[in-house]
Design a protein around this ligand. Structure first.
Ligand SMILES: C[S@@+](CC[C@H](N)C(=O)[O-])C[C@H]1O[C@@H](n2cnc3c(N)ncnc32)[C@H](O)[C@@H]1O
Length: 376
């Protein structure tokens, strides 16, 4: 079990084409990402379909890359499914590459890839490595990849399109239930335009790396007509931070400049850039499947069963802490009290949730596309 002492909160400056330094490390993301895994598990049939239809003529390794792998537990489990589908179809060696930002905590992943000197994938002739870099850049040689995946990651924007978001901490704005805070129409447009451009940038980079006929499975948290995966969690974080603005611990200027540069897309916002002639990625990929779906959330299900509010609040807050902490931390002033303030903000979130859980209902909607690289 990680504690706040042995966690390694990333505090470095983001690298180019990224707006976070990564998830909370030291095993914390791995321990608190069951909902993300459940969202990946729902699209494993698409991953199997992709792996079973890769172009396998030629020689050398068949290369599978997962972009935005974080600490790797979910990345390894996903690529294990792809390998199980692929291994019976070829004798070529298989290479898995787990890629994330250079500031990501890769240490758990590196310790896991070859336990006892054998591939974690338990299949002959599988070789694994890591690659640091932004997924919005080309990271691999031209036509060197066969399968690319990305799960729960492309919602993290490539840059901050506005300097401040004065009324809320997330571009998508507050939930209808909580309705506390605002994002102007102008700001919303800036973020939705960037979110579409980011998909196109990602597609252009992957189009260079993938062989013709190579597959891309791109999945991410998002929203539909009834719910958005930001509702509840960001309202709670917003309320927790505002409690410290109200008591004067955090200045209004700091609050107005702080936001999580994450955008929740609809399925149309994910698929549009595949064919939109303006964004420059049209024609690079054929769209095979597009899906929007909802998964049951593990800590909700547990709470329904045991009504244990302490356990619920811990699971709920640790879940969003794992992917918001780095950005929150970097937004707070470096005055020596930052570590304590971060602890107090997440403790306040637990307190608010326990007091009024119905203010912060959370649902997990995801969107995904399966694409095939066309021949140039
Ligand atoms: C919520 S985690 C998802 C991890 C894993 N794929 C899963 O589904 O459990 C998002 C990951 O995206 C990474 N990320 C964010 N922006 C990125 C970028 N520009 N390039 C590469 N990775 C990025 C973060 O560092 C983080 O590890």
């Amino acid at each position: 079990m990680s504690t706040s002492e042995n966690r390694s909160p990333p505090s470095q400056t983001p690298v180019a084409h990224a707006t976070t330094t990564g998830m909370t490390g030291g095993g914390f993301y791995n321990e608190n990402s069951t909902p993300q895994w459940d969202a990946i598990a729902a699209v494993l049939p698409l991953l199997e379909e992709a792996a079973a239809s890769l172009p396998l003529d030629g020689s050398g390794p068949v290369t599978l890359v997962d972009f935005g792998c974080s600490e790797g537990r979910n990345s390894i489990a996903a690529l294990a499914t792809a390998i199980a589908a692929l291994r019976p179809l070829t004798n070529r060696p298989i290479q898995t590459i787990h890629s994330d930002l250079p500031t990501n905590d890769f240490s758990s992943l590196l310790r896991t890839l070859r336990p006892d000197g054998q591939s974690v994938f338990g299949s002959p002739d599988v070789y694994s490595s890591i690659a640091g870099g932004s997924m919005f850049d080309q990271l691999f040689p031209a036509q060197s990849l066969h399968l690319a995946t990305s799960f729960n990651a492309i919602g993290f924007l490539s840059r901050k399109p506005v300097a401040q978001l004065p009324g809320y901490i997330l571009p998508n704005g507050p939930s209808a239930v909580r309705a506390s805070g605002f994002v102007s129409e102008e700001d919303r447009t800036a973020f939705s335009n960037l979110a579409r451009a980011d998909i196109a940038t990602f597609l252009k980079a992957r189009a260079k790396e993938l062989v013709p006929g190579g597959k891309l499975l791109l999945q991410v948290f998002g929203g539909n007509e009834t719910a958005r995966t930001c509702d509840g969690i960001y309202d709670l974080l917003n309320d927790a931070v505002l409690a410290f603005v109200e008591d004067g611990t955090i200045s209004r200027d700091v609050y107005e400049a702080y936001y999580q540069p994450v955008y929740l897309r609809s399925l149309d916002e994910l698929t549009g850039p595949v064919t939109d002639p303006v964004l420059g990625a049209a024609g690079l990929f054929e769209l095979n499947k597009a899906t929007s779906y909802e998964i049951p959330v593990s800590f909700n299900t547990q709470f329904e069963a045991d009504q244990d509010i302490d356990r619920y609040a811990k699971g709920y807050v640790n879940f969003f802490r794992a992917f918001t902490e780095a950005v929150l931390r970097s937004a707070l002033p470096d005055d020596g009290g930052k570590d304590l303030l971060v602890e107090r903000i997440f403790a306040k979130a637990e307190e608010l949730l326990k007091k009024d859980p119905q203010l912060y209902p959370f649902r997990y909607i995801a969107v995904a596309v399966l694409l095939t690289r066309t021949a140039d």
